[in-house]
Design a protein around this ligand. Structure first.
Ligand SMILES: O=C(O)c1cc(=O)[nH]c(=O)n1[C@@H]1O[C@H](COP(=O)(O)O)[C@@H](O)[C@H]1O
Length: 280
């Protein structure tokens, strides 16, 4: 990769808008597409989604959900490798949603798998969980920077259970605020947009105000899941993120994927989300 991840993502968002399409091959979706819930079905599903995204304007990034490949063991990982490669050849930014987090010494192993050149599983970025301590992620942040790749660190997740950990510390010193500040420090010297991203659920935007979190200052790409199936509305997301909105990548998975299996129907569903989210 010749440019830092943050710049590459900013370019993709300038070209395509703020939509990230999640590739979440749930068993029930494979079934509704008329596919078997097996590695062959997984492959057809994944390739169809990449094909739809690759042949239109509107998808800034693809985010395969690793757990839904991992459930098929080695065969699932082989399909994930091919899917990442297919997206790469189509010039689409990829985010492996693996939510990894470990003590520093073994975190490097995950970093080598998801972020190092030459690894078949390497994506443009990977999601990370900082709940063993933000600094335990340092090996992955370093590998990402060295290879012009990126990370998205969970700060305020879209699920209701996240509050019991992430809101601790209340208004001025919450756990989530510390994560956002730490990412901001890592992005301080980046041009335009840093490569240490944050995950802030589209369903959790209001909390950023009660916790006095200034997302725009972090200079971070912000992955915002929760649009579509989890109920967040496009206009509320745009308003809610305020000054940080230009950095926000809004994920939608099931709400778009259920339009399949025809590529044309998927494209229509992507176009609808793109239109809803796009301010221009
Ligand atoms: O890291 C994520 O992508 C993520 C973080 C979060 O807080 N909430 C969340 O829903 N996600 C992921 O985003 C996707 C949401 O899928 P849909 O609800 O089907 O749009 C799933 O792959 C989730 O694992």
């Amino acid at each position: 990769m010749s440019q830092p991840f943050g710049l590459r993502l900013a370019d993709a968002m300038a070209q395509h808008g703020p939509l990230c399409l999640g590739i979440d091959p749930h068993s029930h979706l494979l079934q509704s597409w008329g596919l078997n819930d097996d590695p062959a079905g997984l492959e057809t599903f994944s390739k169809t989604v990449v094909e739809a995204a690759a042949t239109m304007v509107g998808v800034a990034a693809l985010k395969p959900q690793v757990a839904l490949y991992e459930r098929f063991g080695a065969a699932g990982f082989a399909v994930l490798e091919d899917t990442l490669q297919f997206a790469h050849e189509a010039n689409i930014v990829t985010i492996a949603d693996a939510k990894r987090g470990d003590i520093g010494s073994t975190m490097d192993g995950y970093a080598q798998a998801w972020l190092a050149d030459g690894s078949a599983l390497a994506a443009d970025a990977v999601t990370l969980s900082p709940y063993l301590g933000y600094e335990s992620l340092r090996p992955a942040i370093d590998v990402a920077q060295a290879h012009n790749r990126g990370v998205f660190v969970l700060a305020l997740t879209s699920n209701p259970e996240g509050a019991s950990v992430q809101h601790v510390g209340a208004s001025d010193d919450s756990v989530a605020k510390r994560i956002v500040d730490a990412a901001g420090a890592d992005n301080a010297h980046a041009d335009r947009l840093g490569s240490v991203g944050l995950v802030v659920g589209a369903t959790a935007i209001d909390v950023t105000k009660t916790l006095n979190i200034d997302l725009a200052r972090a200079n971070a790409p912000i992955l915002a899941p929760g649009y579509g199936s989890q109920g967040a509305q496009a206009s509320d997301i745009r308003t809610g993120f305020g000054a940080a909105w230009p950095n926000v990548l809004v994920n939608s998975s099931r709400a778009i994927l259920r339009a399949g299996p025809q590529v044309a129907d998927l494209k229509a569903s992507i176009a609808e989300a793109h239109k809803e989210l796009n301010v221009s």
